[in-house]
Design a protein around this ligand. Structure first.
Ligand code: GLU
Length: 446
């Protein structure tokens, strides 16, 4: 069998849609699985919508997802592959040649300045690797415009010519193109060429069952980049939109997917998109990621939120990140969870302060401060023992100390594991933060 060649053929619309990203991913996986080539072809014949920015968004999204392509336009402007540049806007001469061929053979004709293809008026079966055999009745189809009056070629023509020229063996694309396939098969036949095999992937629906559109939350890959998602987590999630390894696993490495992926196992019913699931999955990946790998992403998110890293000790930052990483699911939560590590001037949650910094709560906080000031080691275990011992000694629940000290040292009623938090902050910061809270709330009626 000749080498498998698949392609991702997006039109630059200004965003990389989650459905498009999944199509790209399935093509990429299939190419890897079969030892084939993954071609990127930019279908940019619609000049009105075609901009460099829109193309860059596609590049950026694919690269972020790790879907490197083997042929086509490279982000630096160069072009890889034997078949010339894969921007359709640069391939007009090729399309003209094919139109001429059809005209010369009487398979197309001029009509009011446009060129129409004589659509075969027959019933045709589209053999689909995912959907099975699907019958279409072309008996009432009008002839197909393949070149407009202004000389520009039409989608169906360029799509087929390119699949032919690029020796594409498998067309894996969204089910919205299934109904175009009878037209595409007719064109292949007219060119005397063997068509590729087709596999149409069912659509992605919202949780409420409606078709996912451009405007829906989570529709654009750019949103995930922006919000600090981990690309491997989104890629894992996308694998499961329409495919599954037929066991109960939800977290699976891409290497394993590549080993077991089969087009025939793609689900024939539409996939349901759920942000909650993706959110959860990103949390799983976050916890698994090493601090060294996570730190640069986390730092860029924190800096974007206005936190300055000037003078911040990297060891301190990584220690803080390590305990927060256990609790969060997505990078965008980091500023809320971490800002107080970087400033002594953080605010106190007003509702929590009212509840926790009562005269009694502040007395407990002073007692605890005195105890902590005596400690010569300030690690998690020592801190926990001290708090517990103090609680026993004074016949109160540990919570009597835990709530005030958490609020005093972070300004928040919830956060990372408390004793880890105190250890990371260190004795000096902990004591001075307690002093700050005591001074601030001592005289304030709460
Ligand atoms: N440019 C088309 C799209 O973005 C590609 C269709 C195909 O993959 O054949 O929908």
């Amino acid at each position: 069998m000749s080498q498998v060649r698949v392609r991702f053929a997006p039109s630059p619309t200004g965003l990389l849609h989650i459905g498009g990203a999944r199509t790209a991913l399935f093509n990429w996986i299939f190419a890897k699985r079969m030892g084939g080539a993954f071609v990127l072809r930019i279908e940019d014949t619609d000049a009105a919508r075609n901009s460099k920015e829109a193309v860059d968004i596609i590049f950026k999204g694919l690269q972020w997802l790790g879907l490197n392509w083997d042929e086509g336009p490279m982000p630096d402007g160069s072009v890889k592959g034997d078949h010339g540049p894969y921007f359709q806007s640069q391939r007009n001469e090729i399309y003209k040649k094919y139109v001429q061929k059809l005209l010369a053979e009487g398979k197309a004709y001029e009509f009011e300045g446009a060129i129409k293809f004589r659509t075969p008026k027959t019933i045709v079966t589209v053999p689909d690797l995912i959907c099975g055999n699907v019958q279409f009745d072309r008996t009432n189809d009008p002839d197909l415009v393949i070149q407009r009056k202004d000389g520009s070629p039409v989608f169906h023509l360029v799509n087929v010519v390119d699949d032919l020229e690029m020796k594409i063996t498998h067309v894996i694309r969204g089910e919205d193109h299934l109904s175009n396939t009878p037209k595409h098969l007719a064109l292949f036949e007219a060119f005397g060429a063997t068509p590729p095999q087709y596999g149409h992937i069912p659509l992605i629906l919202n949780t409420n069952g409606s078709k996912m559109s451009k405007r829906d939350e989570g529709a654009s890959i750019g949103e995930y980049i922006e919000q600090g998602y981990i690309p491997e987590a989104l890629r894992n999630y996308l694998c499961f939109l329409g495919w599954s390894p037929k066991d109960n696993r939800e977290v699976i490495s891409i290497e394993e997917v590549i080993q077991i992926f089969e087009l025939s196992q793609i689900n024939r019913s539409n996939a349901r998109f759920g942000l909650d699931k993706l959110f959860w999955m990103n949390g799983e990946y976050t916890r698994e990621l090493s601090i060294e790998a996570y730190a640069p992403l986390a730092q860029s998110i924190l800096e974007k939120s206005g936190i300055s890293f000037t003078g911040v000790d990297p060891t301190y930052f990584k220690a803080a990140l390590a305990i927060v990483k256990e609790k969060i699911k997505v990078g965008r939560e980091l500023p809320e969870w971490m800002s107080y590590f970087f400033t002594e001037e953080f605010d106190f949650d007003p509702a929590a302060a009212q509840k926790v910094f009562t005269p009694e709560g502040l007395t407990h906080l002073s007692t605890l401060r005195a105890k902590l000031a005596e400690l010569s080691t300030f690690d998690c275990a020592t801190l926990e023992n001290s708090v517990k011992a103090l609680a026993t000694e004074n016949a109160v629940k540990a919570g009597a100390y835990i709530h005030p000290i958490r609020l005093a040292t972070s300004g928040r009623p919830v956060g990372p594991s408390l004793y880890h938090l105190l250890e990371v902050l260190g004795k000096e910061k902990v004591l001075s933060r307690i002093d700050r809270a005591l001074a601030k709330f001592k005289n304030e009626p709460s």
